[in-house]
Design a protein around this ligand. Structure first.
Ligand code: 1GP
Length: 251
């Protein structure tokens, strides 16, 4: 049975409707700033929050989820950097398999360990093929996972990897240049990969302007994720959200 989050994302994709996600890293966001982000996100009708970071070192995860729920109803999806970043307070979790890498623990090993906990949890499990794409700087994910990203010019490798993920039954493909990437994923790679997929394509990493967000969405991204740029300037939420949602008015 499809969960609610999966259903709404797949329906949006089928209808050509674009979604905007704000990524909150509980380690990085300061309390005062979080309230500002939440207020702006509610105003701008942000579609989802992704909550996570590659290293969560403080105990802010539960607190962060609780605060979001007090302030707004935007669905909260965990984007865990490792299997310790779990909380029942969220609505769903990206169950990530790092299909761009060849690290068995991140392809299936950690999933085996997390499965019994997740089976009991109320979270919607969202099976996601996670693909790290070279964004011009070494990322924490690449270092910690001990995997190499797909080279930024290898559109065909990215396409075959994404198709294989879909064939394995994964319900989402998330191509990520990594938080703070120098170069976001190229328009040509997004066009190539999206042309071969039926499942929603999530794109993030290094998107800094509304223009870039629109360009990536028009190229075939179904979901645009922005974190870093918003931490630096929370007011960008309004411009980004309006820009992405304005594409929907034309479909
Ligand atoms: C990182 O895709 C996300 O995993 C978002 O990246 O922080 O660079 O926006 P930024």
């Amino acid at each position: 049975m499809q969960g609610k989050l999966h259903q709404s994302l797949q329906r949006a994709k089928d209808q050509g409707e674009k979604k905007f996600v704000v990524l909150i890293d509980p380690d990085k966001v300061k309390l005062g700033q979080m309230d500002q982000i939440l207020e702006l996100a509610a105003m701008a009708k942000v579609d989802y929050f992704f909550i996570g970071g590659s290293l969560i070192v403080n105990n802010m995860l539960d607190h962060c989820l609780q605060r979001i729920r007090e302030v707004c109803n935007i669905p909260m999806i965990l984007f865990p950097g490792n299997s310790f970043q779990l909380s029942y307070k969220a609505d769903g979790i990206l169950f990530l398999s790092l299909i761009s890498g060849r690290n068995a623990d991140l392809l299936i090993g950690n999933h085996v360990l997390a499965a019994p906990y997740l089976k009991m949890s109320p979270l919607e499990i969202m099976p996601t093929g996670y693909m790290l794409i070279d964004g011009g700087v070494e990322t924490t994910v690449s270092y910690i996972s001990n995997t190499r990203p797909v080279p930024s010019s290898k559109d065909d490798v990215a396409l075959c990897t994404a198709i294989a993920g879909e064939m394995l039954g994964l319900k989402f493909i998330y191509m990520d240049a990594g938080s703070g990437a120098k170069n976001p994923i190229s328009t040509s790679m997004i066009e190539t990969v999206s042309s071969g997929l039926k499942v929603p394509l999530i794109i993030g990493g290094g998107i800094r302007t509304p223009e870039q967000a629109v360009e990536k969405a028009k190229a075939g991204a179904d979901v645009i994720v922005v974190g870093n740029a918003i931490e630096k300037d929370p007011n960008l939420i309004i411009e980004m959200s309006n820009a992405i949602h304005s594409i929907n008015a034309t479909v």
